[in-house]
Design a protein around this ligand. Structure first.
Ligand SMILES: NC(=O)c1ccc[n+]([C@@H]2O[C@H](COP(=O)([O-])OP(=O)(O)OC[C@H]3O[C@@H](n4cnc5c(N)ncnc54)[C@H](OP(=O)(O)O)[C@@H]3O)[C@@H](O)[C@H]2O)c1
Length: 240
């Protein structure tokens, strides 16, 4: 973790923005859920421990709204999986139109949760207003060219609030946006030794396919660690 802390610090100082770490669990054929998009438990215990320790190092954990709707994650740090004091990073949901279900588990508990909506759409979350004084914060952000939350503006805004590192845990549409824009510093995938198969199951990276070689996103300097039930593949310093 010392190496990661040094990387985060270097990016914060040099670029004055948060460090973006994307972490995904995938089948060997690149699928991150079942055929109907339902949650699939992919990580092994060893990988869960790694992820919870990683979460505990970061200032925030971010997911897209579809992941909240499909998986209903808590995104907290599990005590038993993590040595030392638990920090419980801020949870962030990227939700342009403010459609997050009020009963979502990410809105529960005492950890701060930020819902990032496109400016002007804050009123769609009027139903959460009463809870806003507590741990739920609704943040209006500039829209990007597709009318969705502009991730660059969001990251700069979060950095001004002392969020220096963000762990992105999916799903595939958010990862695609980040890769296409070149916003990722570290990209880690735990590949589990099983196959889901088929076309319907979502892949690690969603969005549009490359239609010409010039559209390919090239990765370099892979680091591979063999783990219980699979392997961890990481690319660091993606963004120079
Ligand atoms: N195995 C794993 O590690 C893992 C982890 C997480 C999720 N998953 C799986 O991933 C699937 C969900 O992924 P998904 O691709 O459907 O959805 P997602 O990436 O979770 O959320 C995508 C949504 O985020 C919103 N968004 C707002 N601003 C955006 C921006 N700048 N760029 C991209 N999206 C933006 C958009 O909805 P609005 O336009 O409404 O804002 C968009 O449709 C589920 O099946 C889940 O099980 C797997």
């Amino acid at each position: 973790m010392d190496e990661l802390r040094a990387r985060i610090k270097a990016v914060n100082l040099k670029h004055e923005r948060p460090y973006i770490f994307v972490n995904t669990a995938s089948s060997m054929d690149g699928k991150i859920a079942l055929g109907d998009g339902k949650r699939l438990k992919i990580s092994t215990i060893e990988d869960f421990k790694r992820v919870h320790r990683l979460r505990n190092e970061m200032d925030a954990i971010l997911v897209g709204i579809n992941t909240v709707i499909k998986d209903d994650p808590h995104l907290y740090v599990k005590t038993g999986f993590c040595p030392g004091p638990i920090r419980n990073p801020v949870r962030i949901v990227v939700d342009s139109n403010g459609k997050i279900p009020s009963e979502s588990r990410i809105l529960s508990g005492t950890t701060k949760t930020i819902i990032a909506v496109v400016k002007g759409n804050e009123e769609n979350l009027e139903r959460l207003k009463a809870r806003e004084t507590g741990n739920i914060i609704i943040k209006g952000v500039e829209a990007n060219e597709e009318g969705k939350v502009d991730l660059h503006s969001l990251f700069l805004d979060l950095f001004s609030e002392n969020i220096n590192s963000i762990l992105v845990e999916g799903g595939s549409t958010i990862i695609s946006s980040l890769l296409r824009k070149g916003y990722i510093d570290t990209y880690s995938i735990f590949f589990r030794n099983f196959i889901v198969g088929g076309k319907q199951a979502p892949s690690i990276v969603g969005g549009q396919s490359a239609v010409a070689p010039v559209d390919l996103i090239h990765l370099r300097d892979p680091e591979i660690v063999i783990m219980e039930g699979g392997m961890l593949l990481s690319y660091h310093s993606l963004r120079q």
